[in-house]
Design a protein around this ligand. Structure first.
Ligand code: FPP
Length: 252
């Protein structure tokens, strides 16, 4: 019996898995360097870790899994590495989309889609369109994503509404801003995991992370697996979530 299954059987529904887990998949380059391999091999093994994590998240009954697959700032990497990462995304969608659909996973994309290579744009759209009706795990792919950019997009949309006379500035609340984010219908992440030992958010889900529990694990992303996910969830369960109040609420 896995750690999470053992806890669940011991404490029932109050130990259901976190509804939304988000992951910063970090450490591909260091994993490769440690082995004298090219960074591209680290990214390739990172895709394998992603496949394992998707299966584990589905099996554990997680509702939403958000992955940081390419950040707005990743364009600063050398052109060859950017080509590798784009190639991996293309191959991942081409090779895995049928299996993802078969597994009843619904794909959502967040991030800036304008100015992307048209083929990448088409593949991202195809993934969303094909899986739209699925009812299992929601896989949110943050691609060409930066949280400050997302918030700026939301601010621009609201500013246009104000300029057009459709919205009074006094009506702009946190809830209203939330409705203009890239995927406003999704719940905020309960748990954000970052692999590789780095302890920062790097422009990932800054708005949505207001009350997320952050778990930093020393594992490099290519070594991440179901046991690592379960252990991060076990750490999350030990946290007391207060949401700014005083009364303790259990970790789920
Ligand atoms: C961080 O490792 C990882 C990324 C920048 C990209 C994450 C990408 C994958 C896991 C594979 C691609 C998957 C899809 C679906 C596109 P790093 O390169 O920053 O590692 P380092 O900090 O050790 O150098």
């Amino acid at each position: 019996m896995s750690q999470v299954e053992a806890v669940r059987s011991a404490c029932g529904e109050s130990c259901d898995p976190p509804r939304h887990v988000a992951i910063i998949m970090d450490g591909n380059g260091r994993w490769a360097a440690q082995r004298g391999l090219p960074r591209s091999e680290g990214h390739r093994r990172g895709v394998e870790a992603l496949r394992r994590t998707l299966r584990a998240a589905s099996d554990l009954g997680i509702g939403y899994l958000t992955i940081f697959s390419f950040s707005s700032e990743n364009w600063a990497r050398p052109p060859a590495e950017i080509r590798d990462l784009m190639g991996l995304l293309r191959r991942f969608i081409r090779n895995d989309l049928a299996d993802i659909h078969q597994a009843n996973i619904k794909v959502r994309i967040i991030g800036e889609r304008h100015h992307l290579d048209p083929e990448i744009g088409r593949l991202l759209q195809e993934a969303e369109d094909l899986t739209r009706g699925n009812t299992g795990l929601v896989l949110v792919v943050a691609f060409n994503y930066g949280s400050r950019q997302e918030i700026a997009r939301a601010a621009r949309r609201l500013a246009r509404e104000v300029a057009a006379g459709h919205l009074n500035p006094e009506e702009i609340t946190a809830e209203v801003i939330g409705t203009q984010l890239d995927a406003p219908d999704l719940p905020d992440p309960d748990l954000i995991i970052r692999t590789s030992g780095e302890q920062r958010l790097s422009n990932f889900l800054l708005w949505q992370a207001a009350y997320s529990e952050l778990v930093f694990v020393p594992t490099y992303w290519p070594d991440f697996d179901q046991a690592a996910l379960e252990s991060a969830i076990a750490e999350y369960r030990r946290r007391e979530r207060r949401f700014g109040g005083l009364a303790a609420r259990a970790g789920t």
